[in-house]
Design a protein around this ligand. Structure first.
Ligand code: SAM
Length: 200
């Protein structure tokens, strides 16, 4: 994932660090994370959400398609000696799924980078153990103005009702949405939802 490899060294801005801590707290609360839980962070990047979650969970797998983003996470592990964060170079919908199953799958602003949302949800479902929780955050539908390059191959946010229906069609139960963040960019406000659902 060349674009994120290039951006990785400058990814951790003060704003993003603060956002990551806030999101981790929201995910921990919504998914009721305990010290017994194994967490999979989809598109976990440099670990801005994953490292704070690792303080509360049994362990966190930071899964990302970008070796550059994971390289930044590895530097944090080397610097802090944190022992319950594992790195996995993995591109959802492209690479085979790992064999383990997780209690929680989270992910901040990564789902809109995966072209096939139905397949992404189906693979997330398989990553979860029975009773596991999905707690994923992404943009509400936006007009294609969020990304700097309008030609970038991303999904321009999600319609909550349609994504909730897709989650149910995938097999998830009780999808609920809340607004977790409001991102400001070029004078515009972009709400970010938190979708929580359960694998029966
Ligand atoms: C906008 S960044 C968010 C990173 C991190 N969640 C954060 O909030 O700081 C999106 C991340 O998703 C990763 N990504 C994109 N497509 C992916 C895929 N199919 N599987 C796994 N990671 C992917 C990118 O490499 C990138 O690190």
């Amino acid at each position: 994932m060349a674009k994120f490899d290039d951006r990785a060294p400058e990814w951790d801005t003060p704003d993003r660090i603060e956002r990551g801590r806030r999101v981790a707290a929201a995910v921990a609360k919504a998914a009721k994370i305990t010290g017994a839980d194994r967490v999979f962070d989809l598109g976990g990047g440099t670990g801005l959400v994953g490292f704070p979650l690792a303080e509360l969970a049994r362990d966190v797998t930071l899964a990302d398609a970008s070796a550059g983003m994971l390289g930044q996470a590895q530097a944090k592990i080397d610097a802090t000696g944190v022992e319950n964060v594992r790195l996995l170079r993995h591109e959802l919908t492209v690479d085979p799924l790992p064999a383990e199953r997780f209690d929680v799958v989270t992910g901040l602003m990564s789902l809109h980078h995966v072209a096939d949302t139905a397949r992404a949800l189906a693979e997330i479902y398989l990553l979860l153990a029975p009773g596991g929780r999905l707690a994923i955050l992404d943009l509400d539908t936006e007009g294609g103005t969020y990304h700097d390059d309008p030609a970038e191959p991303v999904i321009h946010g999600f319609d909550r009702a349609a994504l909730g229906a897709l989650a149910i069609a995938t097999g998830f139960e009780d999808p609920t949405f809340s607004t977790a963040l409001e991102l400001q960019k070029r004078g515009q406000t972009y709400p970010v939802f938190l979708l929580v659902a359960r694998r029966p």
